[in-house]
Design a binder for this molecule. Sequence first.
Ligand SMILES: [Zn+2]
Length: 182
Amino acid sequence: MTKICAWCNKKMPFTGEDKSAKITHGICADCAERVFKSSHPHTIREFIDKIDAPIIVIQNDTTIAAANKKANNMLKAEPGNKTGNALECSCADLPGGCGKTIHCKACTIRSTILKTRKTGKSYSNIKSYQNIHTPEGTKQKTITIATEKVWDTILVRVDELNEETVDKPTEVKNAPWSTEDS
Ligand SMILES: [Zn+2]
């Protein structure tokens, strides 16, 4: 059994399920390395557009370097945005911004990205609960992500951004970012 690389169309030797490649498993290792080693934003964007899922590319801390079309339809994933800005996380509005507030130490998305960079391990089915700005106010949403490190780059696949509101009124109301007068 052989697979075809979605990037170069070469046959990929089938060596069993590559459990380390959570996101780029449809693309051969040579192509993945070449694209991300070059760090050329246009090449990277072209590459992630071939992946049939929303993908954001992180090259520094949690700053977005590139995003594919599916991710752009879902998030504010402009290059230079932090993941918190992309998700419209309410913590990203606090002094210091995404990554610098006291809440950020407990952020599953941030810690998973940093862990992936440090260890090189891939993660999948990571659920995070974030307070997200919506037109109807701040709501808690569930976000499910997978991560993979390629060269110096972290790919984040957004598998689920649950639009359904989880009722969590007291915590949101008493949160330090609440703008309500007391
Ligand atoms: Zn290839």
